[in-house]
Design a binder for this molecule. Sequence first.
Ligand code: ARG
Length: 263
Amino acid sequence: MRPTLRAAALAATALLALTACSSSGDDAAADAAGELTLVNPGTLTVCTNPPFEPFEFEDENGEIVGLDIDITREVADDLGVDLEVVVTPFDTLESGASLTTDACDILASGLTITDERAEKFDFSEPYFDADQGLLVAEGSGIDDVESLAGKKIAVQMATTGETWVEDEGLTPVQYEDLGLQINALRTGQVDAVVNDIAVLGPFITEGLEVAATFPTGEQYGLGVKKGNTALLEAVDATLDRIREDGTYDAIYTERIGTAPTAD
Ligand code: ARG
C-alpha cells in the first residue's frame, strides 16, 4: 500500500511540475488566458437585467443590446472568446448570487459600485457616472423630495434607487424591473418612478416627464467573482484600451446620444 501511495504522490508531484512548467512558458498572452476560468469555456457569459435602455434592452430582433453589452463584447473580443448574454433578475445579480452559482462570469447591468456589493464580488474600474432621477406624469406637480412625501414611489427591487427612497424616509413600492415600474406609473398604480436618470429619457414622449435629478454621484462598474483576478485584470485592461483608442467614446455617443464630457 505504501509504495502505491508514494507512487501516486510522485505522479501528482510530476503533474504539478508539468503544470508549473507549461505556465512559465514564453507565451505570456496564452498564459494569462489560461489562468482565466470561464463558466462556459470559450464564451464570456454576462448577466444583465433589461429593460434598462440604453444599457441593456431588446432590439427589434429580440436580441439584448446596449452600452453594457457593447463594452462586455470588447472584453470578450480581447479575450478571443464569444459573448453570451443571460437575462437575470436584478436582485440575484446584485447580491452576487449569479456569480457564486456560476450563472455567468461577469455582471454588466448599470450596476452601481457600492461598499456592500464590493464585499460580495469584485468591481472593475468605473465606466459610467450616474445619478437618480424622478419620472412622473406631466403636470403632476411632484418635483422634489418634499412633494414626494406621502406619494407612492415605484422603485426597482435591490437598486440604489430603492435605497435612496428609503434613506429619504419616503415610501417605496417595489417592482422587479424598470419595465414594471413604468407600467405602474402609466396605469396610475403609483405617483412616481425613481431609477437612474440615464434610463428615464425614453419615456418622456408619452405624457411623462423627468421632474428632478437627485445627485447621488454613483458610478457603474462591471462585476466578477471574488478571486477571479485574471478576469478582473482583463476587464480593466479592456476598459483602459477602449478609453485610449476611442472605442468607449464611440459606444457612448451611439448609445447615449451625446459625446461624453471630459473627465
Ligand atoms: N444603478 C442602480 C443600481 O446599481 C440600478 C441598476 C439597475 N440595472 C438594471 N439593469 N436594471 O442599483
